[in-house]
Design a binder for this molecule. Structure first.
Ligand code: CA
Ligand code: CA
Ligand code: CA
Length: 184
């Protein structure tokens, strides 16, 4: 069961990354995903926009290196789920690929610069990323673990760790992209 929880989360991530919906991930898909993020960051925030693109580029290189076995430059859904579990979430890669995106996002969307994400900042971010409003509201409440009314840097990083590394079906961070308990 724990394996299938991870499979469902990475399955929904695949759908999100496959920007042209052709059932394979390519370099263009990952670049398009990075652009979705960078377009909702403040346009003058060059440092974070660059960091987002660099991290997605690193993520793509990992996918290509570890799963494109026939060398056609495309990664299938099955290959993606496997490489996510074995390589991208490996400690030596997780920080530079996944956490680098999280750090840049948090920095870019903390628009008032107080070091935490308010509900309004969080709703704006995930709304712009295309996550349904009702899921975003619920996610905010779950991710604000100490009930302070804001999501701290530590709470956001914990949510990312939950999503990518936790096999617990009730981990709050599973809600990052909306519910994952629906049939895949
Ligand atoms: Ca594609
Ligand atoms: Ca803030
Ligand atoms: Ca909090």
């Amino acid at each position: 069961m724990t394996g299938s929880m991870m499979d469902r989360k990475f399955d929904s991530l695949f759908d999100w990354f496959d920007q042209n919906r052709d059932g394979h991930l390519t370099h263009d898909d990952l670049k398009a995903t990075a652009t979705v993020f960078s377009q909702v960051a403040p346009p003058e925030d060059h440092a974070n926009i660059t960091a987002i693109h660099d991290a997605f580029e690193q993520w793509w290189q990992l996918l290509l290196r570890h799963s494109d076995t026939d060398g056609d430059g495309r990664v299938s859904r099955g290959e993606f789920i496997t490489v996510m579990k074995t390589d991208v979430t490996a400690p030596e890669h997780f920080e530079s690929a996944v956490m680098a995106i999280a750090d840049a996002i948090l920095d870019a969307f903390d628009t008032d610069g107080d070091g935490v994400l308010s509900r309004a900042e969080y709703l704006r971010l995930y709304g712009a990323l295309g996550v349904a409003r009702q899921h975003t509201e619920e996610a905010f409440t779950r991710l604000d673990r100490d009930g302070s009314g804001t999501i701290s840097y530590e709470e956001y990083r914990q949510a990312i760790v939950d999503f990518y590394l936790s096999t617990d079906p009730d981990a709050p961070g599973n809600y990052l992209l909306g519910p994952v308990d629906h049939p895949a």
